[in-house]
Design a protein around this ligand. Sequence first.
Ligand code: SF4
Ligand code: SF4
Length: 411
Amino acid sequence: MTRGGFEGLDACVHCGFCLQACPTFLVTGDESDSPRGRIELMRAFERGDLAASDEALSYHLDRCLGCRACEPVCPSGVRYGQGLEAARSRIADATGTPRLAKLALWVLTTPGVSGMVYWLARVLRAAGFPRLLAGWGRFGFAMGMLAATRPAKGGARRRTAPHVADLRRPAPSSAVQIFRGCVMEGLFRHVHDATRRTLSVNGYECREVAGQVCCGALHAHAGLLDQARELARRNVVAFGNGDEPIVVNSAGCGALMKEYGHLLGDAAGARFAARVRDVTELLATPLAGAPLDLHVAYDPPCHLIHAQRIVTQPLRLFAAIPLLELVTVAGAADCCGSAGLFTLLEPEMSRAVLQTKIERIRAAAPQVVATGNPGCLMQLGAGLAAAHAAARVRHPIELLDDSYRAAGRYG
Ligand code: SF4
Ligand code: SF4
């Protein structure tokens, strides 16, 4: 009988190697806030020794970022993320989903509703208030998150990607389908534009796909696996049966889409998953651009480095930009505390994790913090603004885009 993901936890031998990799354990020092402690709670829950309504169970699982930093350091190959999703799903089935989480999902991912919300957010962003109102309080932090989504001046100049014929580049040799997502499409269209342009320069023809929807990652992390499956099925249909790669520029979306086979449990989901590529995978050996005299701190998103195990490709992208200097930040691969809806639902723990990161970034004094995930861009941007740090956040692909524009590759 299938155990819905709990079997991924069986390999745990309680060695504790994962403890020092866990950001929440480092904040509280409480074993129940560590991967090993949470695995024990989840196993007790699966056995029936703990009820779904058990307060300690939900308290400590709610405080897990789902960052999966515990997976690559585990010598036994524990699939913590799958176990966590299974536990959260079973708890949500039994006790319901918090109202705030439901509201956030409705606002951010429901077509028709989210379009209006993102439009209002863009209007507010264009007025310039969010940056002025940024701070550590709930409202100030939300404003800082919104301010972090604004396009940089150079990147904003061209709202849509130039027509293929405008570019000085090799003739397109491969077609790829672009995944747009919900938050990325609502607040980071400039990153989609940069993705299309930089891929075009490197010989990829980006094709739009009608009928695509939210990837379902936020739903899956909230334990709403049935809703995540429904969205996944719609995406599988929309992207069709071809073999063109599906390019994603959001690490969180890409991580879940690469797991559609497991999520849906069928061959169509597995075929879809095998086609998904992060944009830095497609641009692993990009053409060089013009020099950018910038000090950049790269902050690898958890869902890129831990969930997708994409480590070196983004570094090669930066290497294609002459003069750009990567500065070292202690604990760069540690979670920033964003984690989907976590920043909204568990603000205290989220800020505690973020503050350590912001202090370390400030010590390295970069001009730009680059990261390839919308949640991380907003969380880090809000933290930097609240701390009155001068550095701003950019998606790595935006930097390559700036470099190509400076090199005249766009005509
Ligand atoms: S490192 Fe792996 S096996 Fe060891 S305690 Fe953590 S999850 Fe269990
Ligand atoms: S997913 Fe992240 S926060 Fe959760 S137990 Fe693993 S390392 Fe800790």
